[in-house]
Design a protein around this ligand. Structure first.
Ligand code: ATP
Length: 628
């Protein structure tokens, strides 16, 4: 099962460099411009400290006033150059970094969208959202000013070192020894900090994930009076996050502290040596002041690198997690998926199919059956028997561990999923509606559908009856997950959506929740239209559906234990009989053996459906013809 949980150890930076380059390569022009501006910026930054020597030795001590104005002009000009180049850097790099983020977010979302259902089974929605929105954000620092500042700091340090050596080799060797020791300590510290940053992203994703769930499941939370528990769970998550942040703050503050101490030690050493050199006539006051300035330029970037290094660590951690997601294989990317299906007849066949989510725990065993085009297959059986799993295999969400699933004789494992899924329609129990208008929700299955087609589908599914009562009609926005619609209304929208898609194979997961008899009848009518002429698989909870099915598969513990029509199975008096006598209680007396007569309510429903079938078949046929 795919996992995106981080590996215990982060990869060394070296291994990530090709990945970094992959993202940076298309932006190398921006980076080059950034480095160029940074080099000018840093060179201009040398003018002020460099001018200190002539200012002190020649103007202050030597009285050469004619040098004063040129020195001041040079300093002003250099400052102007620094200002302009800083502005340019932000304009070029920061904006490009934001474009990189937008592009990468879209790429990660597109990739995650193409991953198999099994990936979603093992990763929380909120975690995936965090992958797309926040992990990518860290990468900003790679391209943003972070990296260029890092390089700029190194550049300044190099310039400064050359000048320092020119002024005094001895003093510089002493200072360099202290600084090199410090740099090693810094390197070690980064090694400690990086995994902590990585951990922070993981915690963040988990906390966000849980929060998203508790907000979207607010009804369950309140229904079970679990607010306090959720508060506690979130509080614990926030504490974990806090502990992580505190750890990194500890590390960065220790680094900050030690750099200040190092700076102090170096300054004291220089002061001592410089004063002695001056007294011995080996250094002018101007050279000494200049030395101090340049030493600052050498040390400051190293200290600054602490901050930038932290940002880059974050960027690398984000990159690593982003790469993990991008390395997952999209479901249609399988080299064996070469068959592109044309229009299907809709014959589905399972041949000795075994399936397991986890190794050695089969959920389906030796399942074989055939669903002929245009027929309805009802799946019944106790909870956990494997009905949804079987449907998942029909949808090609999963592939069999053993055996084969074919559609019109084609092995589903070899079929291009886009060519198959466009011929598949699903109406699920928890009718999933997006935050959009009724029209958008219906047209979700075929965005290119014409207004007339949408309205016809809505009429067949009886969406028109309630939609037209709203002030804004089909343009009424249904709230997040369609909260403004009743359960029955949502199902009708879902049915209209499937009617519009005109699939060859239809998956129905019947709602278990009971609706009032009027809504129930309306939904049944819509479904009857929808099912006609299509190969339908239905996880049946309603007696009426089971009775109408062409074949019933009774599943138990992953095996088909009985199969047949309602009448034949009922007469058999086996598992099906037991199941329904138990499940439907009083209703069970409606299960009449053939010849014993039919109970009125069910028969009434059948008749009414038939009547409607014969009365209004045109719209559906019309819709079907459109796509053919
Ligand atoms: P119900 O009527 O309650 O929906 P079902 O007959 O549809 O049940 P399935 O959902 O197919 O049953 O589940 C069959 C078995 O597979 C169960 O034991 C379940 O715990 C297991 N199972 C389902 N989904 C997964 C999954 N994503 N990962 C691991 N095991 C799973």
């Amino acid at each position: 099962m795919p996992e995106i949980a981080p590996k215990a150890k982060s990869k060394p930076w070296r291994e990530l460099l090709p990945d970094v380059w992959e993202f940076l390569k298309p932006r190398r022009a921006h980076l080059a411009a950034g480095f160029f501006l940074m080099a000018i910026n840093r060179l201009a930054g040398l003018v002020l400290p460099y001018s200190s020597k002539p200012l002190i030795d020649k103007v202050f001590n030597g009285g050469q006033l004619q040098l004063l104005v040129p020195i001041v002009i040079a300093v002003l000009a250099a400052t102007a150059v620094q200002g302009v180049t800083s502005f340019g850097l932000t304009q070029i790099l920061s904006k490009e970094a934001q474009r990189l983020i937008a592009e990468l977010r879209a790429r990660v979302q597109a990739h995650i969208g193409r991953l198999p259902v099994s990936y979603y089974d093992s990763n929380k929605a909120g975690t995936l959202v965090a992958r797309i929105m926040s992990d990518v954000e860290g990468l900003r620092n790679l391209l943003g000013t972070g990296m260029v500042q890092f390089a700029g700091g190194l550049m300044t340090a190099l310039f400064a070192l050359i000048i320092l050596l020119k002024i005094s080799v001895f003093m510089t060797v002493i200072a360099a020894l202290i600084l090199v020791t410090f740099s090693f300590a810094l390197k070690k510290a980064f090694g400690i900090i990086r995994p902590i940053f990585r951990e922070r992203r993981k915690i963040n994703a988990e906390v966000t994930g849980r929060l998203t769930e508790s907000i979207s499941g607010v009804r369950v939370v309140k229904g079970y009076h679990a607010e306090a528990r959720e508060e506690q769970v979130f509080f614990d998550g926030v504490q974990r996050l806090l502990n992580n942040v505190l750890k990194t703050l500890n590390a960065t503050s220790v680094m900050g502290l030690s750099s200040t101490v190092v700076l102090g030690v170096v300054s004291a050493a220089i002061m001592y040596i410089g004063a002695r050199l001056h007294v011995n006539g080996k250094m002018t006051p101007g050279s000494f002041v200049q030395y101090i300035f340049f030493l600052g330029l050498l040390v400051a970037p190293i200290v600054q690198v602490v901050g930038i290094g932290t940002q880059l660590s974050e960027a690398m951690a984000g990159l690593e997690r982003t790469r993990e997601v991008l390395a997952e294989r999209p479901e249609d990317d399988d080299p064996v998926r070469t068959l592109t299906l044309g229009p299907l007849r809709g014959e589905v066949r399972f041949e000795r199919v075994w399936f397991a989510y986890e190794a050695d725990k089969p959920v389906l065993e030796e399942v074989s059956f055939e669903a002929m085009p245009g027929t309805a297959t009802a799946l019944v059986g106790p909870s956990g028997a494997g009905k949804s799993t079987l449907i998942g295999l029909v949808c090609a969400f999963y592939t069999p561990s053993e055996g084969i699933v074919t559609v019109d004789g084609f092995d589903l494992r070899k079929v291009r999923l886009d060519s198959y899924r466009t011929q598949l329609g699903v109406v699920l129990q928890d009718s999933f509606l997006f935050d959009g208008t009724i029209r958008e929700n219906v047209a979700f299955s075929r965005p290119a559908a014409s207004e007339e087609e949408i309205l016809t589908a809505c009429r067949i599914a009886r969406v028109d009856e309630f939609a037209e009562r709203f002030e804004r009609g089909y343009d009424t926005v249904v709230g997040e997950r369609g909260v403004k619609l009743s359960g029955g209304q949502k199902q009708r929208v879902s049915i209209a959506r499937a009617i519009l898609a005109d699939p060859r194979i239809l998956i129905l997961d019947e709602a278990t929740s009971s609706l009032d008899s009027e809504s129930e009848a309306q939904i049944q009518e819509g479904l009857t239209y929808l099912m006609r002429g299509r190969t339908t698989f239905v996880i049946a909870h309603r007696l009426s559906t089971v009775r109408r099915a062409d074949q019933i598969l009774v599943l138990e513990a992953g095996r088909i234990v009985e199969r047949g029509t309602h009448e034949s199975l009922y007469v058999g008096g086996g598992r099906y009989f037991d199941l329904y006598t138990k499940q439907h209680g009083v209703e069970a007396n409606l299960f009449l053996a053939p010849g014993e007569g039919e109970a009125a309510p069910v028969e009434d429903e059948r008749v009414s459906v038939q009547e409607r079938d014969s009365a209004e078949p045109e719209p559906l046929r019309w819709i079907q013809n459109q796509d053919q």
